[in-house]
Design a protein around this ligand. Structure first.
Ligand SMILES: [Mg+2]
Length: 341
């Protein structure tokens, strides 16, 4: 009989009838279901019981003094907190109009007295199964909503994680391509840029200027004033170069105190002018070092369209070497090793 695992012992049936004998008869049958039973002899008493016992089902008489069963049922269904309790009418009234009224008032079932006990029990059981199913459905629905909510939160977390990952990737990319002290492109990224500019110059048939600059006596700056001062000089030199070059030019931190400037679409004369400008600014600047300024040695070359890039860079390096050997504070130009500054 109890095929749905209804836990009948915890189900509560309230019988409302003005005749105690009727209550006794119904209760005697219901005992077979093992449900809990309480009773009320009037509508007013019925509301009291409902409030105190929260019944799962109500068996309701129709003909009662003061408030009749149909009116009581209507009142019950108007109350939000009680309207879901199923009401089964149990009455001596057999006329069709009353039966219709009983259903219209909100009853779910209707039995006439005298009733057959097992039939009463089956009808009660049906209603208890129904509300049990509804409750299970509502619980499953609530659980489902909770899972959906959790999934949405997880989605939010995932999206945040992805955004964080993108930010970290972008930082890593910066770290991989930029020198952390000066913020200039590092040598590895600088080579990629050089190759890119070379390919561009091959297409446009324009020359590319390359200036390799090295800070003179930089080791002394570190040795005498300490590495923090050395770092400050490196940052200031990078700033000075960046302020000196044009928007289309690039400055790369080529090595410790070496900087490579790429000048796209620039001939030797234009490159010399720029090298001269930067070297001049360095000489005129107050470097805030007690007994000295900062000067540069360097090499300035042109990479012709379809020219060998490695050779152009090597030549700049060679010129830089000669500038150092020749007394520093000078930038030598092209293969002629002509001194310009
Ligand atoms: Mg009665």
């Amino acid at each position: 009989m109890n095929t749905y695992n209804l836990d009948l012992e915890n189900k509560h049936v309230l019988i409302i009838d003005d005749d105690p004998t009727n209550i006794q008869v119904a209760a005697a049958h219901l005992k077979a279901l093992t449900v809990q039973i309480s009773y009320a002899l009037s509508a007013a008493e019925g509301f009291e019981r409902i409030e105190r016992k929260s019944p799962h089902l109500i068996l309701l008489d129709i003909m009662m003094p003061e408030v009749d069963g149909i009116t009581f049922c209507r009142q019950l269904k108007e109350k939000r907190e009680y309207r879901d309790i199923p009401v089964v009418f149990l009455t001596a009234r057999v006329d069709k109009a009353t039966i219709v009224q009983a259903f219209e008032a909100g009853g779910v079932d209707y039995l006439t007295k005298p009733f057959h006990g097992p039939e009463l029990n089956q009808r009660v059981l049906n209603q208890l199964r129904l509300i049990d199913l509804v409750q299970r459905f509502e619980m499953a629905n609530a659980e489902l909503n909770l899972q959906i909510l959790k999934a949405m939160e997880a989605q939010d977390t995932l999206e945040q994680y992805q955004a964080d990952l993108l930010a970290v990737n972008s930082q890593l990319k910066d770290l991989a391509s930029k020198d952390s002290l000066t913020g200039l492109l590092n040598r590895r990224r600088g080579w990629e840029l050089l190759e890119y500019e070379a390919a561009r110059s091959d297409r446009s048939k324009q020359k590319t200027g390359l200036i390799l600059i090295d800070i003179d006596h930089f080791k002394q700056v570190n040795d005498i004033f300490g590495h923090p001062e050395g770092d400050r000089i490196l940052v200031e030199v990078s700033t000075l170069i960046q302020e000196g070059i044009r928007a289309q030019d690039f400055c790369i931190r080529w090595g410790g105190e070496e900087f490579l400037i790429i000048l796209p679409e620039t001939d030797l004369e234009g490159s010399m002018i720029l090298a001269e400008k930067i070297a001049g600014q360095s000489r005129n600047r107050d470097w805030k070092l007690p007994d000295r300024g900062i000067t540069f040695s360097g090499g300035c070359v042109i990479r012709e369209p379809f020219g060998n890039l490695d050779e152009a860079v090597s030549l700049a390096d060679e010129l830089l070497y000669h500038a150092k050997r020749g007394g520093r504070n000078q930038i030598l130009v092209s293969s002629k090793k002509e001194e310009v500054l």
